[in-house]
Unconditional design. Structure first.
Length: 95
């Protein structure tokens, strides 16, 4: 079952150019999901999810799609949880 979530952020700091944001959100995603799932994604050749970043005015829109129930459980459910409030993007030149 394919499941998609779109999350809109209103950045509090200067936003990096969009091409740089997708890998940063990828890193943030791996920090948010359970460690075992993240480790499996680092060694797997296949990814049961996709993610991309767009903008809508001053807002940043992060779209994450789970391609199976496993990814839905560990990604979409994590991002849908009421405890999920923000993302910290870390880059070697900026945070």
């Amino acid at each position: 079952m394919i499941t998609k979530i779109k999350i809109t952020f209103d950045p509090t700091d200067k936003v990096l150019p969009r091409p740089i944001l997708a890998p940063l959100f990828q890193g943030a995603l791996m920090d948010l999901v359970p460690e075992g799932f993240a480790e499996m994604m680092h060694v797997s050749m296949l990814r049961p999810y996709s993610q991309f970043v767009t903008s809508d005015g001053d807002s940043v829109v992060w779209t994450v799609t789970a391609l199976d129930e496993y990814a839905q459980k560990f990604i979409i459910d994590t991002l849908s949880d009421s405890d999920f409030k923000s993302v910290t993007l870390t880059h070697k030149d900026a945070t």
